[in-house]
Design a protein around this ligand. Structure first.
Ligand code: CAA
Length: 397
C-alpha cells in the first residue's frame, strides 16, 4: 500500500540539480562604447544637453565596457520616433514590440542550449522565464514555449521585474523544481531588451544617463536537471542556494513602468552597499558546507566565481573586499566588456564564459559561487560544484 512518504520519496531526484547546457543570443546591432554618447545624443535629438553628454562620455570611459548589443537601432527609431520622448505615452508600443522580440531572442539562445543538451525540446518539463519587459498575459513564457514546440503540459513560470537578480532567482527555482520532481528538465530563459527603457536624456535625471552607459540586450538560457542520463553532460552541480536582502536598501535599485516607458533608479551607493555586505553573504552560504574554511583569513581565492557584473565599480569593490586574485572575476569582466550589463541574462553569459575558460585551464577550483544583485537590494547566491564532465563539455561548446 502506497504511503504519502513513499510517493514523496519516488518524486524526489537522487542527485543534485545541475546546469546541463547553456545558450546565449544577442540582437544583431552592436554599439561601440566609445562612440555611444555621440550616437545616443544624436538619435535622441538632445545634443544641446552638452553637460549630460559629457557625463555619459565619462561614464562610458569608466564602465569597463567595450561593446553592447541593442534591439533599438536607428531603423527602429525612424519607424517609432516617439520612443525618444519620455513624456509621450509610448508604453503600449514598447510592450507590443517587446512581446514579440523578447521571446524571439530567448528562442535563439534556447535553440543553442537545446542543441548542446542533446535531447528533444519536448523533453523539457518546466520553463522559467525572467524579464523586465513583461506587462501582459499570456506572456513571453507561453510565446517561447510555442516557438520551441514545448509540450502542452510544460509548467511555466514568469518572473517579471526581478531585474539583474532575475537570472539568479530563476536558477534557484530551477534547482528546487529539478530536485523535487524526478526526471524534470527545466529550461531557464532570461531575455532582456532595453527597448522598454530607451528614451532621450532628461535634464534632471542622471539615472537615464547611468542606465544608458551600462545596459545592453541579451538572452541567456540554461537547462537544469538532476539524475543526468547518458547523453547529458552536467556542467555545474547546484549545491546550495540563498537569497539575502540588504536591510534598508529598498530605494537603492528600483524600476517602475510608466506611460513613457520603464524608469530605472540606481543609487551611486550601490557598489559600496554590495561591497559592505558581500563577505557576510558568502560566509552565511558556505558556513554549513565545510568546503571553504570561513574562519581563516581570505579563504575566497579557493573558489571560482560567476558574479553579475552590474558595473565595473561593483566588481572592483567585491574583488577588493574579498581579497580576490585578478583572474577570479575575469569571466565577469569579460562579459561586461563584450556585452555590458544585460540585467538578469548576464549571469548566464558569465557561466558560459566561465565554463569555456575552465575547459582550457589546468588547475581549477572544484567549488564556486554564482552571485546576482537586483532591486531590494537582493543578493541571489548559489554554491556550485564543477561537474567532472565540465572539461570535456566546455571544449565541445
Ligand atoms: N547615479 C548617478 N550618477 C552616477 C552614478 C549613479 N548611480 N554612478 C556614477 N555616477 C556619476 C558620477 O557622479 C560621475 O559624475 P561626474 O563625472 O560628473 O563627476 C560619473 O558618473 C563617473 O563616475 P566616477 O568618476 O566616480 O567613475 P566610476 O569609477 O564610479 O565609474 C560607473 C562609473 C561605471 C557608473 C561605476 O560607478 C559603476 O560601475 N557603478 C555601478 C553601477 C550600478 O549601480 N550597477 C548596478 C546596476 S543595477 C543591476 O545590475 C540590477 C538591476 O536590477 C537593474
Amino acid at each position: 500500500m502506497a504511503t504519502i512518504h513513499h510517493i514523496r520519496q519516488a518524486q524526489r531526484a537522487h542527485s543534485p540539480a545541475a546546469v546541463l547546457a547553456i545558450g546565449t543570443a544577442n540582437p544583431v546591432t552592436s554599439m561601440l562604447q566609445d562612440e555611444y554618447a555621440d550616437y545616443y545624443f544624436r538619435v535622441t535629438k538632445s545634443e544641446h544637453l552638452t553637460g549630460l553628454k559629457d557625463k555619459l562620455n565619462r561614464i562610458c570611459n569608466k564602465s569597463g565596457i567595450k561593446k553592447r548589443f541593442m534591439h533599438v537601432n536607428e531603423q527602429l527609431l525612424t519607424a517609432h520616433p516617439d520612443l525618444i520622448d519620455r513624456a509621450l505615452p509610448t508604453l503600449d508600443a514598447r510592450i507590443d514590440m517587446a512581446s514579440a522580440a523578447v521571446p524571439e531572442l530567448a528562442a535563439s539562445a534556447a535553440a543553442k542550449a537545446i542543441a548542446e543538451w542533446g535531447r528533444p525540446a519536448t523533453d523539457i518539463t518546466h520553463l522559467i522565464f525572467s524579464t523586465y519587459s513583461g506587462a501582459k498575459a499570456p506572456s513571453a513564457d507561453l510565446r517561447l514555449a510555442t516557438l520551441l514546440g514545448l509540450r502542452p503540459t510544460v509548467c511555466r513560470t514568469i518572473l517579471n521585474l526581478n531585474g539583474c537578480s532575475g537570472g539568479g532567482r530563476a536558477l534557484q527555482l530551477a534547482k528546487e523544481i529539478a530536485e523535487n520532481n524526478r526526471g524534470a528538465r527545466v529550461l531557464v530563459a532570461c531575455s532582456e531588451l532595453t527597448l522598454v527603457a530607451f528614451y532621450g536624456a532628461q535634464d534632471a535625471s542622471l539615472d537615464t544617463i547611468v542606465g544608458q552607459g551600462l545596459f545592453g540586450d541579451g538572452a541567456g538560457v540554461a537547462i537544469v536537471g538532476a539524475d543526468p542520463v547518458v547523453v547529458e553532460r552536467p556542467l555545474f552541480e547546484m549545491a546550495l542556494a540563498t537569497q539575502t536582502t540588504i536591510p534598508g536598501t529598498e530605494d537603492a535599485i528600483s524600476m517602475q513602468l510608466s506611460t513613457g516607458g520603464l524608469d530605472f533608479h540606481l543609487s551611486s551607493q550601490v557598489p559600496k552597499l554590495l561591497g559592505n555586505n558581500i563577505e557576510r553573504v558568502l560566509v552565511d552560504a558556505f558556513r554549513s558546507l565545510g568546503v571553504v574554511d570561513v574562519n581563516v583569513a581570505a579563504p575566497w581565492n579557493d573558489l571560482f566565481y560567476a558574479v553579475h557584473p552590474g558595473g565595473r565599480a561593483i566588481l572592483d569593490l567585491i574583488e577588493q573586499v574579498l581579497g580576490l586574485d585578478a583572474e577570479k572575476l575575469a569571466p565577469s569582466r569579460q562579459v561586461l566588456s563584450e556585452f555590458g550589463n544585460m540585467s538578469g541574462a548576464t549571469v548566464i553569459f558569465v557561466l558560459d564564459e566561465l565554463r569555456r575558460r575552465r575547459a582550457e585551464e589546468e588547475e581549477v577550483p572544484e567549488w564556486g559561487v554564482v552571485m546576482a544583485f537586483g532591486p531590494g537590494i537582493t543578493v541571489e547566491t548559489m554554491v556550485l560544484h564543477a561537474a567532472s564532465s565540465l572539461k570535456e563539455n566546455g571544449l565541445a561548446s
